[in-house]
Design a protein around this ligand. Structure first.
Ligand SMILES: N[C@@H](CCC(=O)N[C@@H](CS)C(=O)NCC(=O)O)C(=O)O
Length: 251
C-alpha cells in the first residue's frame, strides 16, 4: 500500500483514455487522488503552465508535477512498487512497454484523434457536424490495420503476462472511447482482441474508472464535477478549467 502525505492531484476527466489509464493504476496501487476533471480544450492559463502541450493527464503530488500517462505510470510503479503493474522479467517489461507505446500512439491516433474526435469532441466542443461517411471510412480503412496487430498480440485467455499489467490496461482503455463514438467492432473478425479487452475492462480498477467515463458521457462538460461528486469521486477544491474552449498545439 502506498503512502502520500496528502492525495495526489490528477488533472483530466475520465472520458480520456490516458486519464483512465493513470486512474486505473492509482486504483490498483491504492494511491489516493483528487481529480480536477477538465476537458483539455477548456484548460486555462494555469493548465498551459502545468503542461505546455495542453494535454491530460497531469499528475501532481508532494514530489512531482508531471504529464504524459506513460511517464506518470512509470513514476507510480517506481514509487509505489507493490502491487506491480509491470511484469517481472526484463524482456517481458520491454515487451509490455512496446505494446503500451503502440496503444498510446497508433490505437490512440485512430480511436481518439480520428474516431472520437469526429464523433464526439468536434460536435460537442467545436460545433462541427458529425460526418457519418467520414466515420464509416475511418472504420473501414484505418481500424482494420490496428486491429490486425492487436489480434496477433492478444492472449487467448487471461492477460498478456501472468496478471493484468499496464500494457493490457493501455490497450483496453481505448475501446470504451470507440464505443462512445457509437462504433461497434466486429466480434467475429477480431474475437481474441475483443474478448481480451472485455476481460481487462471487467477487472475492478478498470470497471470503476470506465463507469466514471460512462456517466460523464451522459452529461455536458459543465456537469462533470457534479456527477463525479455524486459517484463519490474525490475532487479538487479548485480547477484549472475555464468556460471557453481552445485548441492545443497539436491541432
Ligand atoms: N501521450 C499523452 C497523450 C495525452 C493526450 O493526447 N490526451 C488528450 C485527451 S485524450 C488531450 O489532452 N488532448 C488535447 C490536445 O492534445 O489538445 C499521454 O499518454 O498522456
Amino acid at each position: 500500500m502506498s503512502t502520500l502525505p496528502s492525495p495526489a492531484t490528477i488533472i483530466g476527466g475520465p472520458v480520456s483514455p490516458y486519464v483512465r489509464k493513470v486512474l486505473a493504476v492509482c486504483e490498483l496501487k491504492g494511491v489516493p487522488y483528487k481529480l480536477d476533471p477538465i476537458v483539455p480544450f477548456f484548460g486555462g492559463e494555469k493548465f498551459s503552465e502545468l503542461n505546455p502541450l495542453r494535454r491530460i493527464p497531469v499528475y501532481i503530488d508532494d514530489k512531482v508535477s508531471i504529464s504524459d500517462s506513460t511517464v506518470i505510470c512509470e513514476y507510480l510503479e517506481e514509487r509505489f512498487a507493490s502491487p506491480a503493474v509491470m511484469p517481472a522479467g526484463v524482456a517481458e517489461r520491454a515487451q509490455a512497454r512496446w505494446i503500451e507505446e503502440f496503444a498510446d500512439t497508433r490505437l490512440g491516433h485512430v480511436s481518439i484523434w480520428r474516431l472520437f474526435y469526429e464523433s464526439v469532441i468536434g460536435p460537442l466542443i467545436f460545433q462541427t457536424k458529425r460526418d457519418k461517411d467520414k466515420i464509416a471510412a475511418i472504420v473501414a480503412e484505418e481500424i482494420p490495420d490496428v486491429m490486425a496487430t492487436l489480434e496477433r498480440l492478444a492472449p487467448a485467455e487471461g492477460f498478456l503476462f501472468d496478471r493484468l499489467c499496464l500494457a493490457d490496461i493501455s490497450v483496453a482503455v481505448f475501446f470504451r472511447n470507440i464505443e462512445w463514438a457509437r462504433v461497434e467492432l466486429d466480434r467475429s473478425r477480431w474475437p481474441k482482441t475483443l474478448a481480451w479487452v472485455a476481460r481487462a475492462t471487467a477487472t475492478p480498477a478498470l470497471a470503476k474508472v470506465s463507469a466514471m467515463g460512462d456517466r460523464l458521457m451522459q452529461v455536458m462538460p459543465d456537469q462533470h464535477r457534479k456527477v463525479l461528486a455524486e459517484m463519490g469521486v474525490g475532487l479538487t477544491e479548485t480547477t484549472v478549467g475555464t468556460d471557453v474552449p481552445r485548441r492545443g498545439p497539436r491541432i
